[in-house]
Design a protein around this ligand. Structure first.
Ligand SMILES: Cc1ncc(COP(=O)(O)O)c(C=O)c1O
Length: 284
């Protein structure tokens, strides 16, 4: 009998990220500023990403980037994830190649996205940022970001594609359980959302639309469609200026209230209340 799985030990979890760009002869095309169509500068990217991530994003030379210990500790919760030999696929293809795939479903987000979300939250926290605003489609990315923010002590705001928000209530509530504010996108909390709702009242939204809501929330400088957007901690700033509105705002407020009082609904398991002590495992 062949062995299918390879498991590393915890001690063998990698200590460095491998920056593929260092070994690419032809470098990837630069990110373009949609306003000028010119390659984005570090300063422009800093309107959306935190500084360390901008430096890594633009780094063409450093082959290995050390993973901070706090992130490695967090990875230990759900890694190492197994590498599995795809014998049946090899047989079907009739190939002499050995094919492996990595199973990354071994965490609450259900995907590899937590690997990146943990780093994004860590660097944002280290920079002194207050929270992260992002978008999600099916919900894995939003869940990953909510989990990472809860762990590193950041606020998290997620614009979730409306169709998915309605069809996948458990995903939505998992994010809220981790302390995130979740809005169906398009929402009435942003100018972009309000404009879209006015023009297309029945729309179920899209990832592009959710990104378009998330980015201006955290940055007025540039409109780089992308991943987690970090919010600067300024008083009277974006968080202070925005109020939760509509149904999503109501649910987010109720959740915060329940978390404060130590009682919350457990939608997934059908139990009505849960002690704060247990919630502290997951929430800020
Ligand atoms: C930043 C970001 N947002 C959204 C998505 C879409 O994933 P999901 O449907 O889980 O939100 C991805 C997928 O990789 C992503 O990287």
């Amino acid at each position: 009998m062949e062995n299918y799985r390879i498991y590393l030990t915890e001690e063998e979890i990698p200590t460095h990220y491998y920056n593929l760009r260092a070994d690419m002869k032809k470098k990837p095309a630069p990110l373009l500023n949609p306003g000028t169509m010119q390659p984005m500068t570090a300063e422009e990217l800093a309107g959306v990403f935190c500084e360390e991530l901008v430096a890594q994003e633009l780094d063409n030379d450093t082959r290995y980037i050390e993973i901070p210990e706090e992130i490695r500790e967090y990875y230990k919760i759900y890694r190492p994830s197994p590498v599995i030999r795809a014998y049946n696929l090899e047989k079907q293809l009739g190939t002499p190649a050995a094919i492996y795939f990595k199973f990354e479903g071994n965490n609450t987000s259900g995907s590899h996205k937590l690997n990146s979300a943990a780093a994004q939250a860590y660097y944002a926290k280290k920079q002194g940022l207050k929270g992260v605003t992002t978008e999600t489609g099916a919900g894995q990315w939003g869940t990953a970001m909510s989990m990472a923010c809860a762990h590193f002590g950041l606020e998290c705001r997620v614009f979730m594609v409306k169709g998915s928000y309605e069809q996948k209530p458990f995903r939505r509530e998992v994010m809220r359980t981790y302390g995130a504010d979740v809005f169906a996108s398009p929402s009435d909390t942003t100018q972009v959302g309000r404009t879209l709702l006015e023009q297309f009242p029945g729309t179920s939204g899209s990832l592009g639309c959710a990104i378009s809501e998330a980015v201006p929330v955290c940055s007025r400088q540039c409109a780089q469609p992308g991943t987690a957007a970090s919010e600067r901690d300024r008083s009277g700033g974006i968080y202070g200026a925005q109020k939760d509105r509509g149904e999503a705002g109501h649910h987010n407020r109720m959740y915060r209230r329940r978390l404060k009082s130590g009682r919350t609904h457990r939608a997934v398991h059908g139990r009505k209340t849960q002690r704060r002590k247990r919630l502290q495992i997951h929430c800020r």
